[in-house]
Design a protein. Structure first.
Length: 132
């Protein structure tokens, strides 16, 4: 899960308090192949991730895939409204397929991936890709 910063402090009031606001800047996020490899433990050298073993022989593709933590987007939560009121909706991909749905209270409707990717996302949910 990745939480995007959607609340900011704009200025300080005369009494020393903060004036907060909701941030609506679009943040681009990938729908597939989010790689966290640059943020993993340093013991996995670039040579190991490339598929070579310590003795220089080729690493099986499945094992190389296990060593590369790639993730696929499966849900996005969006907040509409202001800091003190609003409404949440969820976009969700069911069963790992290409079909996305918008969940808005009791209404569930199919949507295109483009709508999901253009939303003002608040929370992003990723699942690790399988190494099959």
């Amino acid at each position: 899960m990745i939480q995007l910063k959607r609340f900011g402090r704009n200025s300080v009031t005369a009494k020393g308090g903060n004036i907060s606001s909701k941030l609506t800047t679009h943040v681009a996020f990938p729908s597939d192949s989010l790689s966290l490899a640059p943020f993993t433990s340093s013991y996995l050298s670039p040579r190991l991730l490339a598929g070579d073993t310590e003795d220089g022989s080729s690493r099986p593709a499945k094992l190389s895939k296990l060593l590369q933590p790639d993730y696929t987007l499966y849900a996005v939560i969006v907040h509409y409204g202001s800091l003190d009121r609003g409404h949440y909706i969820t976009y969700v991909r069911v069963g790992g397929g290409p079909h996305w749905f918008k969940c808005d209270d009791a209404m569930v409707t199919p949507v295109a991936l483009a709508e999901v990717l253009s939303s003002e996302a608040y929370l992003l949910f990723y699942v690790r890709e399988r190494a099959d």
